[in-house]
Design a protein around this ligand. Sequence first.
Ligand code: ADP
Length: 397
Amino acid sequence: MDPVTGLPVVGMVGGGQLSRMTQQAAIALGQSLRVLAISPSEPAALVTPFVSLGHHTDLDALRAFASSCDVMTFDHEHVPPAHLRTLVEEGFTVHPGPSALIHAQDKLVMRTRLQEMGVPIPEFAPVTSVGDLVRFGSKFGWPCVLKAARGGYDGRGVWMVASEAAAESLVPELLAAGTPLLVEERVAMTRELAALVARSPFGQGAAWPAVETVQQDGICVEVLAPAPNLSPALAEEAQDLALRVASTLGVVGLLAVELFETPSGLVVNELAMRPHNSGHWTIEGARTSQFEQHLRAVLDYPLGSTEPVAPAVVMANVLGASIIPSMGPDERLHHLFARFRDVHVHYYGKEERPGRKIGHVTVLGTDMSVVRARARLAADWLSTGVWPDGYDIHGGR
Ligand code: ADP
């Protein structure tokens, strides 16, 4: 309890942009969010007065941090499950709890559980030898998708394996490095979707409309909300599925369900139990943002309305460019604001590096293709400082 405000204190493990944006929501709610960061230069540590420095794999650091707050939650999945179980045994409140969170930490555990629940998932198998992968590839066809069961993110830890020969050269190396592996059939998807929901300890659930996510090299670069031309039946199915997974697994806080849309229906790819890139659009695009909702959920407050505030909302991530832009970030922002008066810009306080997520933009409107084009232009401009060939630089609003 914060003795000044009389409000309970949430502690978030991890000092990345998700924590940073949670801090923005915490400010409005009068919350004194605490953050466990590795270094004072992390995005959230830069903007939070109550920062504990420590590593999320250090039990003593986690315990000291948990002692300073009423509820502990996360901006990533990398806290060792055994540490979380210890903290729960010692009486600390951890949301989501370790028995739920493990499904976002270990892809084999997640796949096995979803299969038991009858949720549509790709064919999969654990891989502990080259033979396991070769047998799977011969049965379900090449290429197949080899994944690190733990520790991957943004596509790091995902390998498309084209043939038996490729399997033979890749698997021994990964196993020697101690990487736990599974293989999945390559799903013939038409696109990727995400369903974001929140669940409170009381059992209340809330779902935002399902969105389309656009990935490039394993990194989410665009989110279209709601997913354009998604049939109402599939849109409802995505929300129901995510709510069912949240309640069956006992998730408290946010749950993002990453989905593949295929000609024969939805297939679950991945679970995340925290604010998620697919939900950044909710900051300006929905009545309640994912960051506020996560705080409400872990504090067991009633959840807020998930209603969108515009017919079309697009979030585009700003990635560090591969070539250093000739114009500095300040000047790029200046030009962006001059041309796109309604674009919402979020920067994460990070240094620009090629391919790194350094921020995002959000655009609201009525026509999805117009909104998407404007978000794309704005994000690319902030990234590269270059307008595309033929773009009328006076054409922005
Ligand atoms: P990460 O946990 O690193 O984000 P994911 O499991 O989400 O990894 O996979 C990253 C991307 O790889 C997905 O967004 C998708 O584009 C592709 N992918 C993953 N699994 C499959 C699959 N079974 N079939 C086809 N593509 C896949």
